[in-house]
Design a protein. Structure first.
Length: 508
């Protein structure tokens, strides 16, 4: 999980959190702190040989072992050198390549309830990596810089990647960052990270069918920041308890222009495609009360072609896509905030797609947009981080909805536009008036422009029969009234006094 990553699931972060008792950090203190923090989240660190030569502590064959939820990661660093620099800090260098092994459990299948795990051999390459560790009373720092960092698959279940004609690796260039850890039992950690370019390459040949797939993706100007509060070893072993005890985490990640391209071919099929984006963001935050998560991408273009696509090429683009989620996590007597945002702006598809259902171009081919932004308050009856409590819910809701605000609704497609907004509160003591739903009070306002025109076009195209169109218009007549402007309908939907009203007329 993100929270565990922030706390230090890698050797670098572990070194950061090494507490010191004096103004100058020593190589032995860095090594001891690395081992102690690793132990708090299930990682064991041992060195086959340890020697001190002058200002340098030299570690040989440093073995790392980490197990979590069935996945086991092991690795051996041939050599680590920790050198006292004379200014109270320690310079850390290590072997340019670190062999690692990962064992991943597989899900049971029909006829194979206990499948063998998948075993991967990996190589972590970081030539020229230099780290500087420093610290004071209950405070430690780490800055690192590397020309490049690469992790590559070298074997799968004992078969070398070369024999499999497999290439699977991720490379970061011009990597730099820093970490700061403060405190002892309760520890505050913050870090930042940058990389000029990130590239992922995946290519392999099917040994049985002879098919070949190639995939390459890249992104530029990567930047990340994160911070959090760790509460002793609970941060690693019991996330729910740690969060209730005051643990927090938050982080953000941004990237600039990104591209992806792939091609595939076998004896009968072939396909290729590409995608690009101007950039994007990802944000996440977690505390004892809530989890928030969101991201967006800008100016995305996608192109696909192949034997399974019934036209020369498929093209799609959109100006922006975004998602936001805020949800409470723990049981509470008080209602807590929530939010859900889904946004897709200016979606365009190629004319070949339009021509499949509108060959005469009767529908306007304007870009489509969908925005649903809702927020409100809800009270949880169980802790969502407690798997046993969630399991006992069955089909029951985990809590009660107390208020819902439709902050924005917008749907634009084929020349028609629906917009709306409003808010409702709910009486959870009354679930009979509206058939099992807590009785609402409040108002939703809607406006539809171009709706009748769209219905006419769909009828003329033969996509909907005249009878269904008539039924749709009758339904609009019940809930809507003419607004200002041509082909404009408005509707005020109101819940009050245990009744449902449309434009002032009681319908229930």
């Amino acid at each position: 999980m993100y929270f565990r990553s922030l706390a230090g699931s890698t050797a670098l972060v572990a070194m950061v959190a090494a507490g010191t008792a004096s103004a100058d950090v020593t190589p032995e203190q860095v090594w001891q702190g690395w081992q102690e923090l690793g132990a708090t989240y299930g990682q064991t660190l041992t060195a086959a040989n340890q020697s001190r030569v002058g200002d340098t502590l030299r570690l040989e064959d440093v073995r790392m072992h980490f197990a979590q939820e069935g996945t086991v990661i092991e690795g051996t660093i041939p050599e680590v050198s920790l050198t006292q620099r004379g200014d109270g800090t320690v310079e850390i260098t290590m072997s340019p390549e670190i062999p690692m092994e990962m064992t991943v459990p597989n899900e049971p299948e029909a006829g194979n309830p206990t499948p063998d795990p998948t075993k991967l051999a990996l190589a972590l390459r970081q030539p020229g990596m230099v780290m500087i560790a420093g610290g004071g009373d209950a405070r430690s720092t780490l800055a690192f810089d590397a020309p490049s960092t690469t992790i590559a698959v070298t074997e799968v279940d004992g078969v070398s990647a070369r024999e499999m004609d497999l290439r699977a690796e991720v490379e970061l260039s011009d990597v730099a960052g820093s970490y700061i850890a403060e405190g002892t039992e309760t520890r505050s950690i913050s870090n930042d990270f940058t990389a000029a370019v990130a590239e992922m390459t995946f290519a392999m040949t099917d040994p049985e069918q002879g098919g070949r797939v190639n995939l390459r993706a890249s992104a530029t100007d990567l930047k990340g920041t994160s911070s959090g509060t760790m509460v002793g070893p609970l941060a690693m072993t019991d996330l729910a308890t740690a969060l209730k005890g005051g643990a927090t985490s938050k982080g953000s990640f941004t990237y600039g222009p990104a591209t992806m391209e792939f091609d595939f071919a076998d004896a009968t099929d072939k396909a290729k495609g590409s995608a690009s984006a101007a950039g994007g963001t990802l944000d996440v935050a977690m505390s004892g009360d809530s989890l928030s998560y969101g991201g967006d991408t800008k100016n995305v273009n996608v192109t696909l072609s192949g034997t399974q696509i019934p036209f020369p090429q498929f093209n799609m683009s959109y100006a922006e896509a975004a998602f936001r989620l805020l949800t409470p996590l723990v049981k509470s007597e008080e209602a807590q905030d929530f939010r859900l945002l889904t946004k897709l702006v200016d979606l365009k598809i190629s004319d070949e797609i339009w021509a499949m259902f509108d060959p005469q171009a009767k529908l306007p081919r304007d870009p489509a947009t969908l925005v649903v932004d809702a927020s409100g308050k809800a009270r949880l009856d169980v802790d969502l981080l407690d798997p046993k409590a969630v399991e006992t819910l069955g089909d029951k809701a985990p809590g009660q909805l107390e208020a819902l605000d439709l902050d924005q609704l917008k749907l634009t497609i084929a020349g028609a536009e629906l917009t709306g907004g409003g808010g409702l509160t709910f009486d959870n003591s009354d679930t009979t008036t509206f058939g099992g739903v807590p009785a609402p009070t409040g108002q939703i306002d809607l406006a539809l422009v171009g709706g009748n025109g769209l219905i006419d076009k769909l009828v003329s195209m033969g996509l909907i029969p005249q009878e269904q169109a008539m039924a749709a218009r009758m339904m609009l007549g019940m809930f809507a009234r003419p607004g200002q402007g041509e082909d404009t309908l408005t509707s005020t939907l109101e819940f009050k006094d245990k009744g449902f009203y449309a434009n002032g007329q009681r319908l229930q």
